[in-house]
Design a protein around this ligand. Sequence first.
Ligand SMILES: [Zn+2]
Length: 382
Amino acid sequence: MIDINHSKIKETNRKKIISLLINEEEITKLEISRKLNISITTVSTNITELRSEGFVEEVRSLESTGGRKAISYKLNEKCKYSVGIALTPKHIKIALVNLKKTIVDTIKIRHNNEGIEKIIYLIEENLLKILKDNGISLEKVLGIGISMPSTVDFKTGTIKNCYFLGVKEFNIKERFSHLNLPVYVDNEANLSAYYEFLNRKEKLNNLLYVSITEGLGLGIVINRNIYRGDNSASGEMGHMKIVIDGKECKCGARGCLEAYTSTNALIEEYNKDESYEITDIEEFEEKLVEKDEKAEKIMEKYLGTLSVGISNLIMILDSNSVIIGGDINNLLANKIEIIRKNIYRNNLFTNENNCNVSVASFKESYLLGAAMTSIEEFLEIR
Ligand SMILES: [Zn+2]
């Protein structure tokens, strides 16, 4: 038993030192010892080990006033890498991130949605390509995070329900088991929430991330953890009913929030009278910039409906931080005040001044969140 505890403490110290080095340019052993409250002997032993394994490098000898000169150390960010993969209805996106959490390279390829098997083939082909292009062997990869625009069983890595792929119950994690790497599969809204949470300067406990793309998803962080629900099906906010017997949703039901608030809903609404066809959300944005009256009217109604959805959400979960992201950032950037007013117009139960409703600071945060998963798991200090 003593041995097990001892090795656990050793592992914890080692991970604490790596975590500290990730955030420091260069640092001496004495500074590490003081910052982490670990004895200088333990720091020295760990630094020697980490240097021999390639995690840490000596930087330089610092001037000192008498006694031995102190040596500063830094993390060798090229020692390990993490890969994030995001599947969207039209693209496969891959991001390669180093141990300092900096993006080294990205790939974006269009797929023709020719089935899950073809997509898995394309993912692996491009994963190996990005590693090869950057001269990185598989041994240097800590793991792979996969973002899916669908319900996912995080524990088993199973896609539960993915409309555009037409897939129900498909274990995607198993399909990469031959790479002998940890594989983490998660829902895109969860990963976006996770990434925004990791990058918030202020210390938050709870955060809600409303992801608006061709669908509408919700990532929930409660007490600094992603809340997944008992069946990994939390956050299906897009399919909350807001109109009884309303508009048909792609899930097959009627009156879902998503049917009124996805990017597709805006495009469909604009094209309804067939006077002028727009094909994507960027064109809708252009119409608004041109002060097109029809687009402005649609937008006003849209903001009202979206705000009702978010107001309901705040009434249930009472979080002080709500972030709206996805493909809608540009469109909503200067509309936050309108959304806030709408949210609190008929919400007398939570205080407007306590809640920060904002547009996401990062684009493709689901991809970055997917890339961070393996690093965060690696640094998990238990
Ligand atoms: Zn629905």
